[in-house]
Unconditional design. Sequence first.
Length: 210
Amino acid sequence: MTLRAMLGNVPVIPVLAIREPAHAVPLARALVAGGLPVLEVTLRTPAALGAIRAIADTVEGAVLGVGTVLKPGDLEAAAKAGARFAVSPGLTGDLAQAAQDGPIPLLPGTATVSEMMRARELGFTALKFFPAAQAGGPGALKAIAPVLPDLRFCPTGGVSAANMADYLALPTVFCVGGSWVAPEAAVAAGDWATITRLAADAVAAAGKTA
Ligand code: 3PG
């Protein structure tokens, strides 16, 4: 399945940094129940690969990706653990090659026009725009659209319930990513109901922009 087919039907990809192995499955279930089945588990914690394995094996309906992929080995390990797509904060030649040869598609991060042109040359047309808020927000994407009209973006970094609609209103944005739907305090407290509500709120707010 192509990356756009996998990610194209959800407005928000929750970006997760899972610290406690025991949180992985209930957290994923809470987000799926709230209407956000496409999840990105970042490789920023020692628990990440185990969490990917547990969610992939257990949580029905989840479309699981791995985030913060920095090198080819990350891609391979996460794919082996059950990730179906990968997200990176930037792009290197090695990573692009590994993604082209590898078992799962990559959504590479870009912040500037030159990085976008380079990613495009390497064959990527669906890109993460990161860090979205600091790299110019919706205004930057609006200005870039006429010069690189074939590129599509998933802005991530500083996206929130308050500004999500500004990104989703742009024709070149196919979804946004963010951690706000799974706040650390709610995860630590095992407050899965709050996370399901935040996910459902995001789905409802996105519906208004469609
Ligand atoms: C990412 O990895 O894409 C971002 O760190 C998520 O950014 P946020 O925490 O600002 O949503």
